[in-house]
Write a protein that binds this ligand. Structure first.
Ligand code: FMN
Length: 649
């Protein structure tokens, strides 16, 4: 294992050999699956990729000039009877909305309009006649909250109305995305449907709910979508057509040379302790070259291509244009992503032999067959093409339209990590903590699926040197596309505020930054509040991250201030952080209820849920409160910035 600390702002392409910076506590890491890398770039491809309201401000009342904010008018203008409104934070619901529109067009040869909820005025849904249908595809975020682009819409539904049943003409369908590990599972769609019904709207089919915790969101959506299309065919008396491939993007080659990825360095990157960083992974060369070979594009890989939407607004394109084919496959499309069952079926129409077509149809025919196949096989888009070729040598994929590849393979999205360094201690370097933990296939554990970003990051490390030294040079090719994302998971402003931090696994990352902040403040004579750090992992010899550093801090600059409480799942006592919180309940309660301590939890949703339950039970017991009162207390703590969660499913 090696740790690299690389000064911010050095464009690696220009200056590949990086200067080692070795702050006092950064010298040794104790976990083999750990990597610390710098951040370099913002806006990696010289294009604006994701300027969306949910990533900028809560509301966006300004639309493109000339574009209506009236849903009814938009349907009239486009001659469409179906509006698909999406509320999404990280793009899944948005992707589903587009897929539904494509399926709709393919099956009925008529258009449905996909709309970002924040681009339209909520009250205009009341203007729709009964002959039109609105589809809501909405994710739940935060703690049962709407995504940033859906707040206005949900608030509008909650407001008092002058008329009874103002939405009595509205016919709607709804699908929600959520995760049952969260306390408020799919709360947004549940609330929206309840409110719509109470305002007189009528559902055309039961609400669908996807559950990320069961990894069934995709199949839940497909099932609901098929039912929706059946219902809508009947309601709108649409004529069914044989499914026919109609590209939604057009790909043309250009004579204008383009050098592929256009890097922009950002020498003044700033971050604050607790911020996040989004990393843009790059697909492995092998996967890219396999796909190029299978698509017969090897010799055209450096050709410049222009991607455009025929007759549509090019702003809706999900990949930047113009580009090269190899950049498209290497950077813009997530070619290592799992292959959807729908993709298998859609691919059948391009199979050049009957044998290949039957293979694909049999593989994708139902979710059980496909699920069992995936439980035994690691499938990516190129692996699927190869698989068919192995089955039938005559099957050729060189006629597969590039437009289909662009529409079908999900676009690359950045992966977000907590910054694990302190901006006070190390303002010129940001580090992240990454576990390289490939996922074994459920029915064939000998085969593992590598994580795209963790593998990419370790390949940068491996390509530099096998040395353990922090001064290992980074090769010119090892550039990293990254963007700092401000977060609210910040240490309290006053260093004397007591802290309770609960982490499992790589959830330790932000707390490492918090501790170094306080270590530096302690060294300047600032008063430091008491700190309890609960850390859980499998085994002290396996994944006790930053063990030496934590112990150094504990016995050094944070002596008498920091208490480390560890829980090891695979030691004899088999303890989890929740158990340790219970054991230390007396002190935790004193700090929380009497000393205004700030409480932080970082790690998996299930761990955070357990932690919250232990704290809630203890607070309830101490104060003699019922569940509602405890919940009100917790919400108040959140508002006062004394309760923070950074969790993932
Ligand atoms: C920070 C965060 C908070 C979440 N909170 C909830 C929640 O309270 N209830 C729920 O059912 N799902 C919750 N989820 C799960 C999301 O709804 C789920 O990941 C969904 O697929 C995201 O869709 P999107 O990509 O369209 O934003 C949360 C996810 C994240 C990352």
């Amino acid at each position: 294992m090696a740790t690299y600390l690389i000064p911010k702002g050095i464009p690696p392409v220009i200056q590949p050999h990086l200067l080692p910076i070795i702050p006092q506590y950064f010298q040794k890491l104790s976990y083999d699956d750990l990597l610390i890398l710098p951040l370099f770039f913002l806006d990696p491809f010289d294009c604006k990729w994701f300027e969306r309201p949910q990533q900028t401000t809560r509301t966006r009342l300004v639309t493109t000039p000339g574009q209506t904010r009236n849903i009814s008018k938009k349907l009239d203008e486009t001659g469409s009877d179906v509006a698909i409104l999406w509320g999404s934070q990280s793009g899944t619901a948005e992707g589903f909305a587009h897929r539904l529109a494509i399926a709709f067009r393919q099956r009925f040869r008529v258009d449905a309009q996909v709309m970002d909820l924040s681009d339209y005025d909520p009250h205009t849904i009341a203007l729709l006649p009964e002959t039109e249908i609105v589809v809501f595809i909405m994710s739940t975020c935060g703690e049962g909250d709407p995504c940033d682009n859906s707040w206005d819409f949900v608030n509008w539904l909650k407001k008092p109305f002058d008329l009874d049943f103002p939405l009595k003409n509205l016919r709607y369908a709804a699908f929600g995305l959520g995760n049952s590990e969260y306390r408020f599972f799919n709360k947004v769609i549940t609330d929206v449907v309840e409110l719509l019904d109470s305002l007189g709207a009528a559902p055309v089919l039961p609400v669908g709910r996807g559950d990320e915790a069961k990894r069934s969101t995709e199949e839940d959506f497909v099932e609901w979508k098929d039912k929706f299309l059946d219902v809508v065919a009947c309601k709108l008396q649409l004529t069914e057509h044989e499914t026919e491939y109609k590209p939604t993007v057009e790909v043309v080659e250009s004579d204008n040379p383009r050098s592929g990825v256009c890097l922009s360095t950002h020498p003044q990157i700033k971050y604050k302790t607790g911020d996040h960083i989004a990393i843009w992974p790059v697909n492995p060369d092998e996967e890219v070259s396999n796909l190029l070979r299978l698509l017969g594009l090897e010799f055209r890989k450096d050709a410049t291509i222009i991607i455009r939407s025929p007759g549509e607004d090019n702003d809706k394109l999900t990949v930047p244009t113009q580009t090269t084919i190899s950049t498209l496959l290497g950077h813009y499309l997530d070619i290592c992503a799992p292959v959807k069952r729908e993709t298998v079926l859609a691919l059948a129409q391009f199979a050049t032999t009957d044998k290949a077509k039957s293979f694909l149809k049999a593989l994708g025919k139902n979710k059980c067959v496909y699920g069992a196949f995936l439980a035994h096989n690691h499938l990516t888009f190129s692996r699927l093409l190869q698989r068919i070729l192995d089955h039938d040598n005559d099957a050729l994929w060189s006629c597969l339209p590039l437009s289909f590849v662009i529409e079908t393979i999900p676009q690359m999205t950045p992966r977000t990590y907590s910054i694990s360094s302190s901006s006070i201690m190390s303002p010129r370097n940001a580090s992240i903590t990454v576990a390289v933990a490939p996922t074994p296939l459920s029915s064939n554990t000998a085969i593992t699926i590598p994580g795209l970003t963790s593998t990419y990051l370790s390949s940068l490390r491996a390509s530099t040197s096998s040395s353990e030294s922090v001064s290992a040079p980074l090769e010119a090719a090892a550039s990293l596309y990254a963007q700092v994302l401000p977060s609210t998971f910040k240490p309290p402003v006053l260093s004397k505020t007591p802290l309770i931090m609960v982490a499992a696994g790589t959830g330790i990352a932000p707390f490492r930054g918090f501790l170094y902040d306080r270590a530096r403040l302690a060294s300047t004579g600032k008063p430091i509040g008491r700190m309890l750090l609960f850390f859980g992992c499998r085994h002290p010899d396996v994944d006790y991250l930053y063990q030496d550093e934590l112990q150094n801090l504990h016995s050094g600059p944070l002596k008498d201030k920091l208490e480390l409480v560890t829980a090891f799942e695979r030691e004899e006592e088999r303890k989890y952080v929740q158990d340790k919180l219970e054991e230390k309940g007396g002190e935790v309660m004193r700090l929380l209820l009497e000393e205004d301590a700030a409480f932080y939890v970082c790690g998996s949703v299930s761990m955070a849920k357990g932690v919250e339950r232990v704290v809630a039970e203890n607070v309830g017991k101490r104060r003699g409160w019922d569940e509602k009162e405890v919940e009100a207390w917790r919400r108040e703590r959140r508002r006062a910035k004394r309760w923070h969660e950074d969790v993932w499913g």
